[in-house]
Design a protein around this ligand. Structure first.
Ligand code: FE2
Ligand code: FE2
Length: 492
């Protein structure tokens, strides 16, 4: 069943366009100049953010980058493109337009006016949700820090940096909420967001997938496809929140997030296109000697990134998730378009679990299984890209196909944790898993093979041999446009 059949047509957007104040040190559309205390607190955090960016942001020295910057939060013409030095990017605070008539759309407060302040009873839970979301944003910048050194083209390098500056802005979005609505505790949490670092053994990022190293560009594309998409779905639930400032923040972040997933979808597609062309030309699946990533390795990267991203949704059954819903903190994906009572007290659903060496289903209360509800939406969305990549294989006249693994494959969280499930969904014993795992997940040798192809290509309009060029450039510019000026250019 398509998402539309389940949820009905999209609602009509409301509200006028509001412009962003760029005269301020911190660009914003939240009237920061009218709240001196908050402004001072955020201006105190700003240099710490910039220090973090210099230390753990992109490592490759650049003069400037063709970046988009938000200039309005309405539907059209919201962004402006120009070459800017990255450290001078105008990170700011942008919330979607306020709808003065907005009400809570689900849970026990359904029909009441949306909250403009944090209710005392939900303060701790809301702050936790904001901290967890905020923690992922700078984490991905840290994970991708050295990728610029092996960029397959200047076009791709620009896209990496665009994603990086926007994840930095998403951190700003969450820090604004912490500073504006959670007092001293919120300010302390904002400090911690810069002190935890991806992969740091003493102070790691909160969620597992954000402590994995992004070793190469294939993994980066898989990350932006699968893990940024997790972000999209988490933001989609927070965008429904009864706490209006959080809802409006997430609504605008989703607009930026679309580009990140575009980078992933097209990045994997271009990788597959190149591999398919080499397979076709040389009549072999062993494309490595011809400089293209073998399809089997692409499949293993896909399996890995999909499974660690599925873990980000948490346990299928969660009392917290049910409570967040009933109290209005976090809705469902497309909440207002769902055709049910939006309270869910009597609703049930089927849930998979593993028993006696096989996957069975049982009926559980819907309210207890909202993490699963979101993960199902995510999973069906993930399948769309795989379909697109397979079209590239079909177009090249090849019978090979990529597959989205079973939801139970390689899982560390929830009902499948502790079980061994093959990509096809068979429950395995340890011996069968050990025999197959090298065919399913990237080995050190696979990662080394991919790494051997990761040579930088910084000449405008040229592309590394393992990836096909894109069909079009960014913002109607040609593919060979000078999207990035490297720092070295000035020295030559
Ligand atoms: Fe983000
Ligand atoms: Fe993102």
């Amino acid at each position: 069943m398509s998402s539309d059949a389940r949820t009905g047509p999209a609602p009509r957007p409301t509200g006028p366009l509001s412009t962003i104040d760029y005269n301020e040190r911190i660009p914003n559309n939240v009237g920061l100049a009218g709240d001196r205390r908050l402004q001072r607190a955020l201006e105190g955090w700003q240099p710490k953010f910039l220090d973090w960016w210099k230390q753990l942001g992109p490592a490759l020295p650049t003069k400037d980058v063709y970046l988009r910057t938000a200039v309005a939060v309405g539907r059209d013409g919201w962004a402006h493109f120009a070459h800017v030095p990255m450290e001078e990017y105008r990170w700011g605070i942008f919330l979607a337009e306020r709808d003065p008539d907005r009400v809570v759309n689900f849970g026990k407060h359904k029909g009441e006016p949306a909250w403009q302040e944090v209710p005392g009873e939900h303060r701790a839970a809301l702050m936790r949700l904001i901290v967890i979301q905020g923690d992922t944003e700078p984490a991905s910048v840290e994970q991708q820090r050295v990728l610029g050194n092996t960029a397959p083209s200047i076009y791709d390098l620009r896209n990496l940096f665009q994603v990086n500056v926007e994840e930095g802005r998403h951190l700003w979005a969450m820090v604004y909420l912490l500073h504006a609505y959670f007092g001293r505790e919120g300010r302390d949490e904002a400090e911690q967001l810069l002190k935890r670092n991806s992969g740091d053994p003493d102070a790691p990022r909160i969620l597992g997938a954000f402590n994995e190293a992004t070793t190469d560009w294939l993994q980066f594309f898989m990350f932006t496809y699968f893990t940024d998409r997790d972000g999209k779905y988490q933001l989609g639930t927070l965008k429904e929140s009864a706490f209006d400032p959080l809802a409006r923040t997430c609504q605008f972040m989703l607009k930026e997030e679309a580009h990140h997933m575009f980078v992933g979808t097209t990045g994997v597609q271009r990788t597959v296109e190149r591999t398919a062309a080499v397979m076709h030309e040389h009549g072999t699946a062993d494309t490595l000697p011809y400089g293209a990533i073998p399809l089997a390795i692409i499949q293993k990267y896909l399996n890995f990134q999909f499974s660690v991203s599925m873990d980000l949704f948490g346990s299928e059954q969660s009392t917290n998730a049910g409570n967040y819903y009933s109290s209005g903190l976090k809705g469902r994906w497309m909440e207002t378009r769902r055709k049910d009572d939006h309270v869910l007290l009597d609703a049930t659903r089927e849930m998979n679990h593993v028993a006696d060496g096989e996957i069975r289903t049982r009926t559980v209360p819907m309210l207890s299984a909202l993490n699963l509800d979101l993960r199902d939406e995510y999973m069906s969305d993930c399948a769309n890209g795989v379909k697109r990549w397979n079209q590239a294989l079909a177009d090249a006249g090849l019978p090979d196909r990529l597959l989205l693994p079973h939801e139970g494959f390689n899982r560390k969280v929830g009902v499948y944790a502790g079980h061994r499930v093959s990509p096809e969904g068979r429950v395995l014993d340890d011996a069968a898993w050990a025999a197959g795992v090298d065919d399913w997940l990237p080995s050190d040798a696979d990662r080394a093979a991919v790494a051997s192809l990761m040579v930088p290509e910084y000449e405008y309009g040229k592309f590394a041999g393992w990836i096909a060029p894109p069909r079009t450039g960014i913002n109607d510019q040609p593919v060979e446009f000078d999207y990035v000026h490297l720092a070295e250019e000035g020295l030559v």
